[in-house]
Design a protein around this ligand. Sequence first.
Ligand code: PLP
Length: 384
Amino acid sequence: MTETKLISTLNKENLPHLDKTYVPSRLLLGPGPSNANPEVLKALALNPIGHLDEAYIELMSEVQKLLRYTWQCNNRITLPMSGTGSAAMEASIANFIEPGEKILIAKKGYFGDRLVDMASRYNADVSVIEKEWGEAFTFEEIKYEIETKKPVIFAIVHAETSTGVLQPLEGIGDLCRKNNCLFLVDAVTSLGALELFIDDWKIDLAYSCSQKGLSCPPGLSPFTMNKRAEDKLSARTSKVPNWYLDLSLLNRYWGSDRVYHHTAPVNMNFAIREGLRLIANEGLENIWRRHNSNAIKLWKGLESLGMDLHVSSEFRLPTLTTVKIPPAVDGDAYRNHLLKNFGIEIGNGLGALSGKVWRIGLMGFNSNEENVDRLLNLFDTELK
Ligand code: PLP
């Protein structure tokens, strides 16, 4: 085919004439993603290297070590899965449930619902306990359900991003051990921001994301599992019904073999190494304190403006606050106004809370006093 003929046969219907990629500057104070730390973005912009390059393999080990510190665990299988938080969430179901096995899911918001949906797709026998959106489970409620339902996995969301509830977890690990079930925790909105002790709290399986407490863009989902979970995985009688998320295969790459599974998103791993390094430098205790104190400042400020918080103080989530939309205000219109005129994003309520609350996130790099003051000043001058 001649050059001219080739050009004339090309379909150009979908060939837009665009300028270079540009995105507006935003302060992300919603449910996530949160703004990435500028140092993380510098790491992200480095030229890729091979995913089996010696230098990259060393970086992988550093990421795993840093993740163990951030999770506060010594689990051998600790790795960042390729994909957003939902990837490791699905891996936690796909690998540890065999068809017909019972999973008990404590559901008190949108992400509990997602766990139920995923578990049913893997043909689990799904049992659910439910709470109103804005409440947490008591230890006694969980104890009763585990003892009567006898599941092989008990799953719960630590920080429910849809409602702004922080679920206390202490004691549940012992309960699960006594009842011979695995304890699975969704730590998407808590890892790297809020107190979380995987080993001490006897959590067998946990997953998170890169775009909140770790101050990275979305794209990786940290995952960790202990020996009890490893034993459950090795005892499987059927193949894991998901090739991409099969932990035995993934662990051949992340474990000592370093054998190719899929092409790692190397730049995202440069980024997470930097995000985790910054966390280690600041120290988890300081990070937890910073998230708590900025959240308290926000809560006090909102209340002093006469606004009502959706969750009682005992169970309030420092990384995500749900505040009731004042009755005279059009919630969506005001959120659009903040975005358009000030470049600030806050979130709408999800599901049952849609149109009733705004969701304000203070996560990772964005949890600072200046951001709290900026938002409170805007509410003060504009919502009177
Ligand atoms: N679990 C919780 C508690 C979340 O907040 C989210 C997302 O915000 C997810 C799971 C799913 O993560 P992703 O959207 O990164 O896939």
